[in-house]
Design a protein around this ligand. Structure first.
Ligand SMILES: [Zn+2]
Length: 108
C-alpha cells in the first residue's frame, strides 16, 4: 500500500462576477483518498450546488474560483478534550490574563 502524508486543504470560493465569498472549502487527504466539504457562509446565500456541475454563486449565479488556499499537515498531538480547554481558559481569566471577549451563546 502506498504511504500518503495526510494533509488538510482549506480555501474560499469567490464569484468571478460579483466577488462574493460564496463558500469555504475544506478537504482531507489520507491513505483512503480525498474528501471535500463545501461550507456555506453563516449569513447570506450559500453556493448553488448540483450533482455533476461546478458550484455557482448563490447571489448572482456566476462562476466561482478557489482562492486563498491553505495546505497544512495535521498535527495529531494538538487534540485536547473540550472540557480541558474550557478549564484552561477559565484559569487564565482568573489569573488576569488576556481573556477573549465572550461570545458564546450557551444558556446560563
Ligand atoms: Zn456572484
Amino acid at each position: 500500500m502506498k504511504d500518503v502524508t495526510p494533509i488538510v486543504i482549506r480555501g474560499e470560493l469567490h464569484c468571478y462576477n460579483c466577488g462574493y465569498a460564496a463558500a469555504r472549502v475544506e478537504g482531507d487527504r489520507d491513505a483512503r483518498g480525498v474528501k471535500i466539504r463545501v461550507l456555506s457562509p453563516l449569513a447570506g446565500p450559500g453556493p448553488r450546488l448540483r450533482p455533476g456541475a461546478a458550484p455557482r454563486c448563490g447571489r448572482c449565479g456566476g462562476r466561482l474560483y478557489l482562492d486563498e488556499i491553505d495546505v497544512v499537515r495535521p498535527d495529531s498531538g494538538l487534540v485536547a478534550p473540550l472540557d480541558e480547554l474550557r478549564a484552561l481558559l477559565a484559569s487564565r481569566r482568573r489569573d488576569g490574563g488576556n481573556s477573549p471577549p465572550s461570545q458564546s451563546g450557551s444558556p446560563a
